[in-house]
Design a protein around this ligand. Structure first.
Ligand SMILES: C[S@@+](CC[C@H](N)C(=O)[O-])C[C@H]1O[C@@H](n2cnc3c(N)ncnc32)[C@H](O)[C@@H]1O
Length: 289
């Protein structure tokens, strides 16, 4: 079964399979036992150094296997901790009033679907769509969540002005053309809706410390950072994604009140402050992956 790329999402079936036999499960009608998910591995994935990577496009370079899913979930909890155990730092409740009644929301690059699952529980009357290149999403999801395969870099399978809330998080490693992605996210946003994008700006400096001093006190971290930054650059990706997002938002005249919230993430559990210490523990564990 294929998805009509221009069909309104209400027409998207609740259990989908693409041409490669990869299935996308959703809410109450998730795949049953004889519709086994052909992943991993599948014709749309490949093995490299014992890890499994997606082959839906040539851009996104992180693995799509169990270890990566665990990392993404841990990362989610780390970010949530820094945000005061909240899933957003934006007026989401205003965009989805009355628990989201009659509203539609989309999460672009949804990953394991952990964020959208929690959001769908917080706003249970909204309809939630999670979009990703690969079917790594959990299947223990609320009835108001549906997952769809799509590639934001090629344009999304939704008509103009389809969503009241558009969200994307951590697509730095999958996007070369940020102007296009932000335009596309805006295209599917309804007037009066909210676009929230959370992304990273590399390299991550040690706050309040000069480059030389960072090299002296944290040589391993500095080396790792240099390697990551060079790797992304050599793939033609934008290291300053977090910064680019707000610049492109400001370029789109139909977007009003665009503004940026900058959050520094602790990379070690050094802080005395419990939330930052916990977030640092998570980040440190992720660095070991
Ligand atoms: C670093 S993960 C972040 C996942 C999730 N947003 C979160 O914060 O937990 C990036 C996700 O975006 C997906 N992705 C990468 N490029 C994409 C694209 N062009 N279109 C849709 N999804 C993409 C990847 O498959 C991956 O699941």
């Amino acid at each position: 079964m294929t998805v009509d790329p221009h069909a309104p999402s209400k027409d998207v079936p609740s259990a989908l399979a693409d041409a490669d036999g990869i299935h996308y499960a959703s809410g109450p009608n998730a795949l049953d036992d004889n519709e086994t998910v052909a992943y991993p591995p599948s014709p749309s994935s490949y093995l490299d150094d014992g890890r499994i990577y997606q082959a839906a496009n040539d851009d996104y370079a992180l693995p799509a296997d169990d270890a990566e899913q665990a990392r993404l979930d841990n990362q989610h909890y780390g970010i949530k901790t820094i945000q005061g155990e909240k899933n957003y730092v934006a007026p989401v409740a205003e965009a989805l009033p009355n628990q989201g009644e009659g509203k539609r929301a989309i999460d672009i690059g949804t990953g394991t679907g952990i964020w959208i699952t929690e959001m769908a529980q917080e706003f249970p009357k909204a309809e939630w769509i999670g979009v990703d290149l690969v079917p790594v999403q959990r299947d223990d999801i609320p009835d108001n969540v549906q997952f769809v395969k799509d590639d934001i870099t090629k344009g999304l399978a939704f008509p103009d002005e389809s969503f009241d809330f558009v969200h994307g998080r951590f697509l730095l490693l999958g996007v070369r053309d940020w102007a296009f992605v932000i335009k596309e996210a805006t295209r599917i946003l309804r007037p009066g809706g909210l676009l929230l994008w959370v992304d990273i700006t590399l390299p991550w400096p040690i706050v309040g410390v000069s480059e030389d001093e960072a090299q002296r006190i944290a040589p391993g971290y500095t080396k790792m950072l240099k390697a990551v930054t060079q790797a992304t650059q050599s793939r033609g990706l934008e290291n300053a994604a977090g910064q680019k997002v707000i610049e492109h938002m400001n370029d789109i005249t139909s977007l009003e009140n665009a503004h940026q919230v900058q959050i520094n993430v602790p990379m070690w559990p050094w802080s005395e402050e419990p939330a930052m210490k916990k977030a640092g523990q998570v980040a440190y564990a992720i660095e070991q992956c």
